[in-house]
Design a protein around this ligand. Structure first.
Ligand code: NAD
Length: 449
């Protein structure tokens, strides 16, 4: 009987792993064709190709280190119980403790959280913070719960996380649907459950806390402030000036409202805003501060008297210099990209533009400033907060701003320089700047054992 032996794979082909599909296939990780995780790993592999990174790093970065799924009951105000699902994904910690937000939203899924955790790894590396990447969330619409119910849900989720978080290991922060009050409940629960950290107050376990309980000056506005610093660095080369530009915003929560308020303070004009409650437009300029007050009181932009109520399409098609998506992921589809009338898209939210939409925008000559650069201000001031907690210090608002600006300016120049060096788009350049740093640290540390 003739035996056929399987030929050993061609080492040239095996070592390439040039696509996200090939890498995920190799590690046996299944992902839907258009999933956010696949898109994120695609960006990482695209940059790995530009840098010619070794095969082992492509495999390591395509796979989160740890994934935790927890199911837990929470008592409701009416005496009934509801079962919730919480997730924490720890993507990579070669640069330092895991770091990343906690999201309370009905669309939370393992695919999304994995993608957002991987984004945190590259974001922290790009701005040179000593943190790795993580993300977590609970599948819940917090707007349907009372404050007490949100508190019990938060405390129960924190206890389920147990020692999988900690000031030296994994440090959560706020994200969509969570805020400084929720961070305070997380820190308090953690401190009560963990004896050694209780003596230190346990504050360093989360960032984005209220100022009176170990928070940092400037954390609330940090992400918006970071967007503004990036625009100041990158717009002049595109012939635009932050002091005189026009812009519109998708999403008017923490990031969208602070970006808009700070840009208006610089003299820029906000022409249109869209959120989950409605859309408003005023071509002579919307008072962003007044709109933020309205949103705080009414929960959204709908009903704002200082602008005309319009359709979402009137916001997307409104001619502006800069369009700022600051809501959720993958909201800018090719269909919307075709209708948008702007010169620059500044990604204040995490990956708000789909890869196909980005292609359309680039073909129309619209520059896309990538999220891992634009919105890195939040995690940067989180790092400052963590540092202040560890050193029992309080930095003044000016010091925080000065240090934030230094990180953002350096990161923006890093991206600009790499884009020039490799003749690539800004997104690929940002990922290259991050991966180059991660690769160097892996080279120095080696891989255990
Ligand atoms: P937020 O909850 O404060 O605000 C979210 C906004 O999105 C709200 O205005 C909401 O109305 C809007 N929105 C939600 N669904 C929408 C829909 N279908 N159509 C239109 N608008 C919709 O959240 P945030 O903290 O401002 O975060 C926004 C984005 O920025 C997220 O992608 C988040 O991951 C990212 N981000 C936040 C921070 C931070 O410090 N908060 C830091 C980095 C990145």
């Amino acid at each position: 009987m003739t035996q056929t032996r399987k030929q050993p794979p061609d080492p040239g082909v095996v070592s390439r792993l040039d696509t996200a599909e090939a890498v995920l296939d190799e590690i046996g990780c299944r992902s839907e064709p258009d999933s956010l995780y696949l898109c994120t790993i695609n960006e990482i592999i695209r940059a790995a190709k530009v840098l010619d990174l070794p095969r082992r790093l492509r495999l390591i970065l395509a796979q989160p280190k740890n994934e935790l799924t927890m199911h837990f009951p929470v008592p409701m105000d009416d005496g009934t119980y509801r079962l919730y699902t919480g997730i924490r994904v720890q993507h990579n910690n070669v640069l330092g403790p895991y770091k990343g937000g906690i999201r309370f939203h009905r669309t939370v899924s393992i695919d999304h959280i994995r993608a957002l955790a991987a984004l945190m790894t590259v974001k922290c590396a790009l701005v040179r913070l000593p943190f790795g990447g993580a993300k977590g969330g609970v599948i819940v619409d917090p707007t349907t719960l009372s404050e007490d119910e949100v508190m019990r849900l938060t405390r129960r989720f924190t206890s389920a996380l147990g020692s999988n978080i900690g000031p030296d290991y994994d440090i959560p922060a706020p994200d969509v649907g969570t805020n400084c009050q929720i961070m305070a409940w997380m820190a308090d629960t953690y401190a009560n459950l963990n004896e050694p950290d209780r003596r230190l107050g346990g504050q360093g376990v989360v960032t984005g806390k209220p100022l009176v309980f170990g928070g940092s000056h400037g954390r609330e506005k940090a992400t918006g402030q970071g967007v503004v610093y990036v625009l100041e660095q990158l717009l002049p080369q595109l012939g635009l000036d932050v002091h005189s530009l026009t812009f519109s915003v998708l999403g008017f929560g923490n990031v969208g409202s602070w970006t808009a308020k700070l840009l208006c303070q610089h003299g820029a004009k906000c022409k249109a805003v869209l959120d989950h409650t409605g859309a408003v437009r005023r071509d002579t300029g919307i008072d962003a501060k007044a709109l933020a007050k309205h949103v705080a009181k009414h929960g959204g932009v709908a009903g704002f008297a200082g602008a005309d109520a319009v359709t979402p399409d009137d916001v997307y098609t409104c001619p502006v210099d800069v369009f700022i998506p600051a809501a959720l992921e993958q909201m800018i589809t090719p269909e919307l990209a075709r209708r948008m009338d702007c010169r620059v898209v500044a990604e204040a939210a995490n990956t708000p533009v789909t890869p196909a939409a980005e292609q359309h925008l680039l073909e129309k000559g619209i520059q896309v400033l990538p999220a891992i650069l634009c919105n890195a201000g939040g995690v940067t001031v989180s790092y400052f907060e963590w540092k202040q907690n560890r050193q029992a210090e309080t930095w003044g608002p000016r010091l925080v701003d000065r240090r934030l600006k230094a990180h953002m300016v350096a990161a923006a120049h890093r991206v600009k320089d790499i884009a020039k060096q490799h003749s690539c788009d800004l997104r690929t350049a940002a990922y290259c700047a991050a991966l180059d740093h991660i690769a160097e640290v892996y080279r120095i540390r080696g891989i255990f054992p």
